[in-house]
Design a protein around this ligand. Structure first.
Ligand SMILES: Cc1cc2nc3c(=O)[nH]c(=O)nc-3n(C[C@H](O)[C@H](O)[C@H](O)COP(=O)(O)OP(=O)(O)OC[C@H]3O[C@@H](n4cnc5c(N)ncnc54)[C@H](O)[C@@H]3O)c2cc1C
Length: 349
């Protein structure tokens, strides 16, 4: 049994804290409840088949079965509903894409992911699909604001989560313990998202990417699937929809921009002929990395300080599996972290 202090209660901190608590560890969390973090703004989509050619994402066969079990268990623990499996309709962009994808998905390895293919203009609901499309399964979304606030409420009541800003200057380290404001813990785990770039401990090659989404209401149509072609339409339980997302590298401003609004409305017009009104516009910064893989590991000098970060655009699908990977490592069940995620790949930090 070990004692952990986690900094940050976004997806990373929440999923890791739950994982460690389930294994019987003692956990404390410090989070300063910033209003516009990536986790609060994100649509929470998960989707194992992505890209122009609709290929399986990295580690799909490990990540997706894992998350399908993880989030329902977390829902039960938090007594809240936030996990929504939902098929995704992907209208094709062109005849070329139609041909390539139909050839690709005829392979048996895709059978588990494809619900149905559609002929040109068959889907209906004012969706512009002149080349047809494919309805994918095993996708869906996690309503992150609901998940995060349910965890926050429970852990504040249980005296696990403390609403405060963590300061590195107040940390004292010795070989066995990390001392912070009267606490003595075995490991300090930093889960501060893109703000880790301001850290004095981990100078890692982050590549933060700003993202914006719109919240809209359709006035003459409803959608029961996620629709995705250059932007996505994500149905919400309250009959509103999220539209996203932009991808602006090297921008860490948190203000929604006119450019973002114009880009998303233009993409939405090209996807549907339905009418809508904008109800909200949000921006956040993704903690992306130089090689699009997470940053996980122990500090090379301060061996009681650890990082769980770099979830990029895929926090929902990466966090559950890699929280378990990190927990196994810290518990000594595995000797090494997978090379692709271990911060040791970044050289000197
Ligand atoms: C517009 C947009 C859309 C996205 N859509 C998706 C999607 O559909 N699916 C998907 O999987 N991912 C999506 N993402 C990416 C996803 O949001 C991130 O991968 C994920 O949220 C990163 O989580 P995190 O916990 O690492 O960081 P964060 O969410 O940034 O959390 C960090 C936490 O640390 C706290 N903190 C920071 N510094 C301190 C401090 N000094 N003291 C105390 N607390 C501190 C912050 O308050 C915050 O709560 C999207 C991101 C954006 C911006």
């Amino acid at each position: 049994m070990a004692h952990y202090l986690i900094i940050g209660q976004g997806i990373a901190g929440t999923v890791l804290a739950y994982t460690l608590l389930q294994r019987g560890h003692q956990v404390q969390i410090i989070d300063n409840d910033q209003p516009q973090t990536a986790s609060k703004v994100a649509a929470g989509l998960f989707n194992p088949v992505t890209g122009y050619r609709m290929v399986k994402t990295w580690l799909a066969d490990q990540l997706f079965p894992f998350l399908q079990a993880f989030y329902p268990a977390l829902e039960a623990y938090l007594e809240a509903k936030f996990f929504y499996p939902l098929p995704m309709y992907r209208p094709f962009e062109s005849v070329a894409q139609q041909n390539e994808v139909l050839a690709e998905i005829s392979d048996e390895k895709f059978a588990a992911y494809v619900e149905k293919t559609f002929f040109p203009n068959e889907y209906g609901k004012k969706i512009k699909d002149p080349f047809g499309g494919v309805l994918l399964k095993k996708s869906g979304y996690v309503n992150l604001p609901v998940m995060l606030s349910a965890a926050r409420k429970k852990w504040q009541a249980d005296n696990i989560l403390h609403n405060a800003t963590f300061s590195e200057a107040q940390v004292e380290l010795d070989k066995e313990k990390v001392h912070y404001q009267g606490m003595a813990v075995d490991y300090l785990v930093l889960c501060r998202g893109w703000q880790e770039t301001q850290s004095s401990w981990f100078a890692l090659p982050f590549r933060p990417v700003k993202g914006e989404i719109l919240q809209v209401r359709f006035t003459d149509e409803t959608y029961g699937h996620i629709i995705n072609r250059s932007c996505w339409i994500l149905p919400q339980p309250d009959q509103s929809y999220r539209i996203g997302a932009t991808y602006y590298p090297q921008d860490v401003s948190l203000e929604p921009s006119l450019k973002g609004r114009q880009e998303l409305t233009a993409k939405l017009h090209s996807l549907t002929g339905a009418k809508w009104e904008i109800m909200g516009h949000l921006a956040g910064v993704r903690p992306a990395t130089f090689d699009r893989r997470p940053f996980i590991g122990l500090h090379p000098v301060y061996r009681r300080v650890c990082i769980f970060n770099g979830l990029g655009s895929k926090g929902v699908s990466l966090a559950p599996y890699f929280a378990a990977v990190l927990a196994d490592f810290l518990e000594g069940k595995t000797q090494f972290l997978p090379k692709e995620v271990d911060i040791a790949r970044c050289g000197r930090i």
